[in-house]
Design a protein around this ligand. Structure first.
Ligand SMILES: Nc1ncnc2c1ncn2[C@@H]1O[C@H](COP(=O)(O)OP(=O)(O)OP(=O)(O)O)[C@@H](O)[C@H]1O
Length: 256
């Protein structure tokens, strides 16, 4: 029996008017892999994440998660299947504390309206469990000391880590990271490198990472897909990608 890829994109397309944002793109990722998705600005990378998570309907092709066709599903149907993401433009609740931001994603058990109103019964138990889990995740990403600070007042690098903690609270099998190193200083990028490895190795989560920080991508991703103008132009190991003529041409003037 052949094994089924965790996620498989087959001939996926998305058009915005005359713009081919994603053009017959195919790639797959196996459970446990960390895959890099790179390409120049406007190549279509974020649109790929928006298609995988159901934010946009596909104009062509098919996306399968664990063998199940999720192409027509909405985000609220896809997320519980085990796919979580972070956003290029952060989407935190800025006035809520860090721990509250993570707790919004943790809560899974249900309680009655009356229990919520009175803060009694299952409500108290659920809140306690969610708080403990959220604190564990803040510790994992290295910002537990900022648990009670308003998210919007955190340094930018910390906000990025907080988004990762919130995505992890959904207990995903597949984590999509959209430019996690954006706005981070070199020390924070090193910490992010270690964090992504821990998420992969200790939590066993499969990861696709969109990133312009080439050194980081080359270090953490054994396999990389490179896009340009919506299409895949190369796929391979960091060494193969760095010497690929089409990749070099796409990044003309930029160091890969
Ligand atoms: N909602 C939208 N409406 C219209 N055009 C869009 C929309 N989203 C993306 N596009 C266009 O689709 C193309 C791909 O955009 P996308 O954001 O996916 O690229 P990207 O590779 O993530 O770029 P970057 O690295 O700059 O974030 C671009 O030409 C962009 O302008």
């Amino acid at each position: 029996m052949t094994s089924v890829a965790l996620l498989e994109l087959s001939d996926v397309s998305k058009f915005f008017g005359g713009v081919k944002a994603v053009d017959r793109l195919s790639f797959s990722i196996e459970k446990g892999e960390t895959l890099g998705l790179i390409g120049p600005n406007g190549a279509g990378k974020t649109t790929v994440f928006n298609l995988i998570t159901g934010l946009y309907p596909l104009d062509g092709g098919r996306i399968a998660f664990k063998g199940e066709d999720i192409s027509q599903m909405k985000p609220h149907e896809i997320i519980p299947k085990g796919i979580a993401r972070t956003f290029q433009n952060l989407r935190l609740f800025p006035r809520a504390s860090s721990v509250e931001n993570v707790m919004t994603a943790c809560r899974k058990e249900s309680y009655s309206f009356l229990e919520a109103l009175t803060h009694l019964g299952r409500w108290r138990h659920c809140e306690q469990r969610a708080m403990e889990r959220a604190m564990e995740l803040l510790k994992l990403v290295g910002i537990a000391d900022r648990a009670h600070q308003a998210a919007g007042t955190l340094p930018y690098g910390h906000q990025r880590k907080l988004e990762i903690a919130r995505a992890l609270a959904l207990e995903p099998e597949l984590l999509l990271l959209d430019e996690p190193a954006a706005g981070m200083n070199p020390e924070e990028v090193d910490e992010l490198n270690a964090l992504i490895r821990r998420i992969s190795e200790e939590l066993g989560i499969t990861i696709i990472v969109i990133e312009h920080h080439m050194e980081l991508v080359m270090e953490i991703c054994p396999r990389i897909v490179c896009m340009n103008f919506g299409a895949k132009i190369a796929e391979g190991s960091p060494a193969e990608i760095q010497s690929h003529p089409e990749v070099l041409a796409a990044y003309l003037g930029e160091e890969v």
